[in-house]
Design a protein around this ligand. Structure first.
Ligand code: PTJ
Length: 243
């Protein structure tokens, strides 16, 4: 039981949630390590949504709204931390939701699907086929889902798969606290923000953007602008860390 007045309450709650989902087999053990890396970068970024991340989130919303067939790719960590936010983003953006795992087992796909459905997500179903230009299970996805999508939102993606999606001509929106990761550098647009802050912000923007702003956002600065802005933010925070 985590005391609500603990200064790191939110962070401890997220850890407890991930640990319990790991025990249930929803989150992979590797997912716990990935979360730790995310926490470290969140510290450096100041555990808040920066101005440039906010612009990236509005741009992500514009990209989803203008997509012909947007899909949100959900892994274990995302389902554990943000199932309800995925449901809200799905209804605001009309995106399909596909469970797509790095450490894939059919049992985990099933458990994550059930968790998402209990939060109100409509999960794409069908037989996954090896359709991505990758070896092993990471190539698997749904023909009517990620394979046919023109835009894919990938929270916490692996760099290889992000690269594979981009090489297939898809617009890839990543959510990744590490602006130096291969995913962050490869994606069409990277939102450098924590998942549970980024998703509601993208959902909110979906409800606010009019077509004119949408078009303007689509001409937004390119991905390297957002990565540089995040690195500048981190540099500034480090310079003033002990002030
Ligand atoms: O559930 P599975 O089997 O699909 O596995 C998922 C993981 C996350 C294990 C898999 O995709 C993986 O190995 O990811 P990576 O390559 O470790 O990348 C995860 C990235 O997400 C890292 O750059 C972290 O900094 C970042 N990250 C971790 N937690 C968060 C985050 N970014 C935003 N919000 C977070 N909560």
């Amino acid at each position: 039981m985590i005391p609500a007045d603990h200064p790191r309450y939110r962070s401890l709650l997220a850890r407890e949630r991930l640990a319990s989902c790991a025990r249930e087999g929803v989150v992979s053990l590797e997912g716990l390590a990935a979360h730790g890396r995310g926490e470290a970068f969140d510290y450096l970024i100041g555990e808040r949504t920066t101005e440039s991340a906010l612009l990236a989130e509005r741009t992500a919303a514009a990209m989803l709204l203008s997509a012909r067939s947007p899909v949100i790719s959900v892994n274990g960590n995302t389902a554990a931390l943000a199932a309800a936010s995925i449901a809200e983003l799905q209804s605001a953006s009309r995106a399909g939701v596909e469970v797509n795992l790095f450490h894939r087992t059919e049992e985990r796909v099933e458990k994550i699907t059930r968790l998402l459905e209990s939060a109100g997500v409509e999960v794409l179903s069908g037989r996954a086929e090896p359709l991505l230009p990758l070896s092993h299970a990471r190539a698997l996805c749904l023909r009517e889902g990620i394979f046919s999508a023109d835009s894919v939102l990938v929270p916490l993606e692996d760099g290889d798969r992000c690269q594979a999606l981009v090489s297939m001509g898809k617009r890839v929106i990543a959510i990744d606290l590490n602006p130096l990761s291969r995913t962050a550098r490869t994606a069409t647009l990277t939102v450098v923000d924590e998942l549970t802050r980024a998703l509601p912000s993208i959902t909110g923007a979906c409800g606010e953007i009019d077509p004119e702003e949408g078009e303007r956002l689509m001409r937004s600065p390119d991905n390297s602008y957002f990565l540089r802005a995040a690195l500048d933010e981190i540099r500034g925070n480090l310079e003033h860390a002990l002030d």
